[in-house]
Design a protein around this ligand. Structure first.
Ligand SMILES: Nc1nc2c([nH]c(=O)n2[C@H]2C[C@H](O)[C@@H](COP(=O)(O)OP(=O)(O)OP(=O)(O)O)O2)c(=O)[nH]1
Ligand SMILES: [Mg+2]
Length: 134
């Protein structure tokens, strides 16, 4: 059976101390309670970078300029009902203060502690790359 490929854009915000922002998925959604990188689905006709800038504003209340999106790694993972393709950008600069507008919780986490937080299966390789790179 052929499953649709869904494009989801996500960001690893990195603060001046090298900690990474992760966010706990809200109750009532798929994968609720697991910790993810902020982001979301690209809408039809939307550029991926524009989608990420939009999601970071909707979810965290921050303004990010496209010049501050550094392409990093991607996840390609088969879920039961769709195939997830998720590029992850590194973001070290933004305007405004991060606030929780959407998630159950937010956490700033040292890369070597990310494995303490249960994440969706697609995210495991991304975490390993962050640990090595940051
Ligand atoms: N944002 C994000 N989504 C992830 C990660 N890992 C992972 O498997 N996903 C999956 C979970 C969902 O199936 C999909 C993202 O969908 P979503 O429902 O959060 O999308 P969205 O923010 O646009 O929210 P909505 O408008 O659909 O409510 O990607 C991750 O690290 N970050
Ligand atoms: Mg989202």
């Amino acid at each position: 059976m052929t499953l649709p490929t869904i494009l989801v854009v996500a960001a690893a915000l990195v603060d001046v101390d090298g900690r990474v922002l992760i966010a706990q998925r809200p109750e009532g959604k798929a994968l609720a309670g697991l910790w993810e990188f902020p982001g979301g689905k690209v809408e039809p006709g939307e550029r991926p970078e524009d989608a990420l800038i939009r999601e970071l504003h909707e979810e965290l209340g921050i303004e990010v300029s496209e010049a501050c999106l550094a392409p990093f790694v991607f996840a390609s993972h088969g879920y039961d009902s769709f195939h997830l393709l998720m590029p992850l950008w590194l973001v070290r600069r933004w305007k405004g203060v991060v606030v929780n507008r959407h998630h159950a919780a937010l956490a700033w986490v040292k890369p070597n502690r990310l494995s303490d937080y249960p994440m969706p299966p697609a995210d495991a390789p991304l975490v390993a790359h962050l640990r090595d790179f940051l």
